[in-house]
Design a protein around this ligand. Structure first.
Ligand SMILES: [Zn+2]
Length: 296
């Protein structure tokens, strides 16, 4: 089975990465780390010359090179899901979708994921409460440097969401370092932090930065992860278009390749949400949009 071979390859790749001294497996309670990762290379061990596969990046002149095969197999590409925002409330929508090769302003991305967007972006005023998208547990958080900023990772088990996999969700560019600790249990709709622009200043967005939430989702059939510096390494991880979390159609395969192959009329995803008064829509939802919506 091709995917099995690929997973074995990825496992070998991950094992070949240098292991930081503070690496830690599992879900034990631990304090947040500050300042880790400043000046580091970024996700996926993307430094040249360390024996790992460095995805090819755009050249900076707007040309996008072919996406590396391993990222394609992990599900990093435009899936084509479309958010359908509620008509009864005003929600902030997606400024740059998952898998996009451009930023919200139309410029080409230049990152260590082959130039493809590893999450989705929502443009927000600084200080907007960011909500736990479901019941779940804080697993990691801290302060990164340029491109990373303050971040928080949550893990949502199948019993939290009703989804047939573990969802690992990263909130990025928080205004302040997270006050939550690994091991903290959160309820759907509880604020996990405030939006900001940390990590966005000094690069493409210049001195003013870009206030937004970047949300990345990894899916896995198992709960294991390893947290260190500003990363979480998830066993058997695959990228998931964050919008897929909100699909409730029975029989859905929550895997980007399968989702990409859906006919267009099945790619529209109605966004469940919490409103600013505290009501959930629909009432029985187990997942909400990461930002509250204003009733009209
Ligand atoms: Zn982003």
């Amino acid at each position: 089975m091709r995917f099995g071979i690929f997973l074995a390859f990825m496992a070998a790749l991950i094992l070949s990465l240098p292991q930081p001294a503070d690496a830690q497996m599992g879900s034990g309670k631990r304090g947040m780390m500050g300042g880790g990762g400043k000046g580091s290379g970024g996700y996926m061990g993307g430094k040249k010359g360390n024996g790992t596969e460095t995805p090819e990046s755009p050249t900076g002149n707007g040309k996008i090179k072919k996406i590396p095969e391993q990222l394609e197999q992990m599900g990093l590409f435009a899936v084509g899901l479309k958010a359908v925002l509620p008509s009864a409330a005003k929600c902030e929508g997606i400024a740059s979708p998952f898998g996009s090769s451009t930023r919200y302003d139309g410029s080409y991305r230049n990152n260590e994921h082959g130039g493809y967007h590893s999450g989705l972006d929502i443009t927000l005023t600084i200080g907007t409460p960011l909500l736990a998208i479901a019941d779940g547990e804080v697993i990691h958080g801290g302060e990164g440097g340029l491109l990373v900023g303050n971040f928080l990772w949550m893990r949502h088990a199948p019993e939290d969401t009703g989804l047939p996999f573990y969802a690992f969700v990263k909130y990025q560019h928080l205004d302040k370092p997270p006050s939550l600790q690994a091991g903290d249990k959160m309820k759907m709709g509880q604020a996990v932090g405030l939006s900001g622009l940390t990590g966005t200043q000094g690069g493409h967005y210049g001195a003013t930065g870009y206030p937004h939430l970047h949300m990345t989702v990894y899916a896995s059939d198992v709960s294991d992860y390893e947290a260190f510096k500003f990363m979480v390494r998830v066993k058997n991880m695959r990228y998931l278009d964050p919008l897929a979390l909100y699909i409730t159609t029975p029989g859905t395969v929550y895997e980007n390749h399968a989702l990409r192959d859906l006919p267009d009329d099945q790619k529209e995803v109605s966004v469940p949400y919490k409103d600013t008064v505290g009501n959930m829509f629909p009432k029985d939802t187990r997942l909400v949009w990461p930002v509250a919506c204003e009733p009209k």
